[in-house]
Each structure stands twice: as structure tokens, then as C-alpha cells.
Design a protein around this ligand. Structure first.
Ligand code: ATP
Length: 248
């Protein structure tokens, strides 16, 4: 990481339940912005809305990063800029075929290579203490029934994957750039950079929100990172936290 290393304080665990869970607890105990927790194995990795993130021992990179933002910061676009940092890092390591599925998935040739889980620690006053969890399949994607709806991928499909430490350093370097800019200017300056990675632009999708499934066509993202969807009743903008998209 060179001189940027001082911005990160990296801790490594052989095993834990979930790096997000552990780092949320550390955030409450006052850990600083830039604290990173990497685990070889997670026994209870999480996705959004109580789903699980499965990581094959020795076959993945799973880590969480704590970042503190001012209380007035809008966080809706955060998982999008994190995705952007990840594809930039992978690109710097000569990985191609990447795209981003709004709001939080990294795709390789259209299949799920990784995910981002953004969570806010409770009780922090006057600021957001945000834990950004990242899981990427390096050597192996899990074998799960959900794959029928949404196939998975691993970097090894494109040849020998980068060493875990190298990939971690590349992602942290890219994250530092985007997080500092995001803290200063929000998501608006990232719209143009994010759009070329948009895996679902123009696609017919189902939009599942609070148990309700609707059909529409995906548009672009706005200055807050919300996704535009053309529905029979007109265009709506949806936020990331509670929405799942599937191609029809
Ligand atoms: P979507 O928006 O596509 O419905 P999601 O973004 O809500 O999904 P996440 O919360 O990012 O999904 O991750 C949880 C889901 O990811 C699981 O339900 C499972 O289908 C899938 N998954 C779990 N582990 C992996 C993995 N290692 N690689 C790829 N996909 C995984």
C-alpha cells in the first residue's frame, strides 16, 4: 500500500462469525476510520436482509472496513462507489469481463463474483460509523441452490487468481480514493464513472421491495445512487437497502 498504509490498520483472523459483526462491535468501542478486519473463514457471513454469504475456506477474500462519515453525509450511494473501487482494483490486476449489479453485486461475465454489505454501527453520535463488508470469490464459488436464480463465479475461471494480500491491497488503495471523494462530494461526481459498469441498464427486471414484486425496465442511477425504473405507472427511483433485482 506504500504511503497509504498509514490510513489502514489491518487485523487478520483465522476464523470468525462475520467480519461485519466483529467490526460493528469494535466501532462501538471506538475503533478508528480505516480499521480493517480480514478473516480466512467466516462461519456466519451475511448478505443483505438476513441472507447468508458463503465463503469457501482458502477460496475467497472476505474483509470489512470501518469508515467514519460526517452526520450530514448521504449514504445511499456508498455501496455503489465501493463496487466501483472493487472493479477498478480488479481491472488494475488485469481482470476483465466485470460489471456491477445495482446496488451491491460484483459480476464476472454476468455471474456473481462478489458482494458488498454496508452497515451502520449503533450509537455513534454526530457521525456515521459505517462498516463496509466485501466478499469476493477467488478460487471457488459456493455450490448453493440459489444459483439457479443467480449464478456465481470465481476469479480462477480467468486463470490463476491474484494472491489474496495483493488483491486486498489493490482494493484498499482504490477504496481510499473513492471514499475520500465520496465524503467530500457525495455520489453525484460518480454517476458518470459508475454507468459504464451498469450490468442491468435497459434490462427487463423484477423489482422486489418489502415482499412486493413489480416489473419494469432498468434506467440509470441518479445523483444519490438511486436506480430509475420505468414501470407501467411511470418512472420510479428506488434505494438500495431493501431492493432486489432479477432479470426477467
Ligand atoms: P440480490 O440483490 O441479487 O437479490 P443481494 O444483493 O441481496 O442479492 P447479497 O445480500 O449481496 O445478495 O448476498 C446474499 C446472497 O448472495 C445469497 O442469498 C446467495 O444467493 C448469494 N451468495 C452467497 N454467498 C455467495 C458467494 N460466495 N458468491 C456468490 N454469491 C453468493
Amino acid at each position: 500500500l506504500g504511503e497509504q498504509a498509514s490510513r489502514f490498520d489491518v487485523d487478520h483472523l483465522a476464523q470468525c462469525d462475520s467480519t461485519n459483526t466483529q467490526l460493528l462491535a469494535r466501532a462501538q468501542r471506538g475503533s478508528g476510520s480505516g480499521t480493517v478486519l480480514v478473516a480466512d473463514v467466516q462461519s456466519a457471513g451475511r448478505g443483505r436482509r438476513g441472507r447468508s454469504w458463503v465463503s469457501i475456506p482458502g477460496g475467497n477474500l472476505c474483509f470489512s472496513l470501518l469508515w467514519r462519515f460526517a452526520a450530514q453525509q448521504r449514504l445511499e450511494g456508498l455501496s455503489l462507489v465501493v463496487g466501483l473501487a472493487i472493479v477498478r482494483a480488479l481491472q488494475s490486476l488485469q481482470v476483465s469481463g466485470l460489471s456491477l449489479k445495482w446496488p451491491n453485486d460484483i459480476l464476472l461475465d454476468g455471474r456473481k463474483l462478489g458482494g458488498v454489505l454496508v452497515e451502520v454501527a449503533q450509537g455513534a453520535q454526530g457521525e456515521w460509523a459505517v462498516v463496509i463488508g466485501i466478499g469476493l470469490n477467488l478460487r471457488q464459488a459456493p455450490d448453493l441452490a440459489e444459483e439457479i436464480a443467480q449464478p456465481f463465479a470465481a476469479l480462477s475461471e480467468c486463470g490463476e487468481p491474484p494472491a489474496r494480500e495483493l488483491l486486498l491491497a489493490a482494493v484498499l488503495r482504490a477504496l481510499l480514493d473513492v471514499l475520500e471523494a465520496f465524503a467530500r462530494e457525495g455520489f453525484a461526481p460518480f454517476v458518470e464513472a459508475w454507468m459504464p459498469w451498469h450490468a442491468m441498464l435497459g434490462a427487463e427486471v423484477t423489482v422486489e421491495q418489502h415482499g412486493l414484486v413489480r416489473h419494469g425496465r432498468c434506467g440509470g442511477v441518479d445523483a444519490l445512487g438511486r436506480l430509475a425504473i420505468d414501470m407501467p405507472e411511470g418512472q420510479v427511483f428506488v434505494f438500495g437497502g431493501e431492493v432486489s433485482l432479477r432479470r426477467v
